[in-house]
Design a protein around this ligand. Structure first.
Ligand code: FES
Ligand SMILES: [Fe+2]
Length: 351
């Protein structure tokens, strides 16, 4: 009953999601083309922790806490290129690109202060096919394990050669899990996305599920001005990332909780670095964005059902049960690990 909801515990569950799911998983934060050279950096956040991914002088990518060790001032305020150092905007402490403190004005005479011992904490960072993931959890399974099998299934789609084109984001009045459930079920496609349905043939969807991800794929037929023809691959990767791959294009979706009953969906569009860009913004928005009136209404209605503890009572169409499978399984696994620890280790707080 992972969807059962009661208003009294809503805020607690939101906090539990942040700590038990988002702070413990891999989050997609950047693409390598944004971090090609020394000093290139991207800012992001996981479970309330501000982060800064930077390429160091040694060529390594690091995910540093974007929080000064003095009084928590910010280092980078936005994405950037070619920084030589990271300088805090509050009192000017300066760090190297690997997180080592280099200078701290007027601190020379401070007792027990040793510049060499001050470093920005580091999160784990790993890349796959040009996508850069970060995890706060030193014990999360390696990224390779999370994405196991996806390389083989991608075949000729060289998504690592795609370049970033545009970002769209939408704030939606529902819990992040409701949005993901909507993505996974596909049952609504003929009704909410009739044009997309004509291209994809929803009834020929095939679903392949793995421990940490699921793939829905279908033949695709559309004019060259839209997606072209070939195969549409829709991956969901635990806990909140979607990867939509079609001939000559890729779109990533990230579903970010911004409150117990609100989420933000961030769509990033990528195309081959050299070559045509299929499907102009106006067309793709019409086809699939959650901001369309029908799409928004659909998700908002489901959010209401979820709030009153109603959603789980309806019958679930068999195909959708299969598509959704990895999400509730992984969610239940993660929560039960925390609950077990809480039972057996007095004083344990979900970190
Ligand atoms: S908070 Fe960064 S220098 Fe003071
Ligand atoms: Fe949809």
């Amino acid at each position: 009953m992972w969807f059962q909801a009661g208003r009294s515990s809503t805020i607690l569950r939101h906090e539990l999601d942040r700590r038990a799911v988002f702070a413990r998983s891999w989050q997609l934060l950047a693409q390598e083309s944004q971090l090609a050279h020394t000093g290139d950096h991207v800012v992001g956040e996981i479970a309330g922790v501000p982060l800064l991914i930077a390429r160091g002088d040694d060529g390594e990518l690091r995910a540093l806490h974007n929080v000064c060790r003095h009084r928590a001032g910010p280092l980078a305020l936005c994405d950037g290129r070619g920084a030589k150092r990271l300088r805090c905007h509050y009192h000017g402490w300066t760090y190297a690109l690997d997180g080592q403190l280099l200078s701290a004005p007027e601190m020379q005479t401070a007792a027990d202060f040793n510049i060499a011992s001050v470093r920005l904490p580091q999160a784990r960072v790993a890349s796959w096919r040009g996508l850069v993931f970060v995890s706060l959890d030193q014990h999360a399974p390696p990224l390779d394990e999370l994405l196991d099998g996806m390389d083989a299934r991608l075949g000729d789609h060289a998504i690592e050669n795609h370049a970033f084109h545009a970002r769209e984001s939408y704030d939606i009045a529902c819990n992040w899990k409701t949005y993901i459930d909507n993505y996974l079920e596909g049952y609504h496609v003929p009704h909410i996305h009739p044009e997309l349905n004509r291209m994809l043939d929803y009834r020929s969807y095939v679903v392949e599920t793995s421990r940490w991800h699921s793939l829905q794929h279908s033949p695709l037929e559309s004019g060259d001005a839209l997606y072209g023809s070939g195969e549409a691959l829709y991956w969901f990767v635990w806990p909140n990332t979607m990867l939509n791959v079609m001939p000559g294009r890729m779109q990533t979706n990230r579903v970010l909780p911004i409150g117990p009953e609100h989420c933000r969906v961030v769509f990033d569009y990528y195309y081959p670095a050299a070559g045509e860009r299929r499907c102009p913004i106006s067309a793709r928005s019409r086809l699939q964005r959650p901001g369309s009136a029908r799409g928004r209404g659909n998700v908002r209605a489901r959010a209401t059902w979820a709030r009153i503890g109603f959603l789980h009572r309806g019958p679930i169409e068999p195909a959708a049960r299969e598509r959704r499978a990895p999400f509730p399984r992984a969610f239940a696994r993660r929560l039960s690990q925390c609950m077990k620890k809480a039972r057996h280790e007095p004083g344990f707080v979900v970190p």
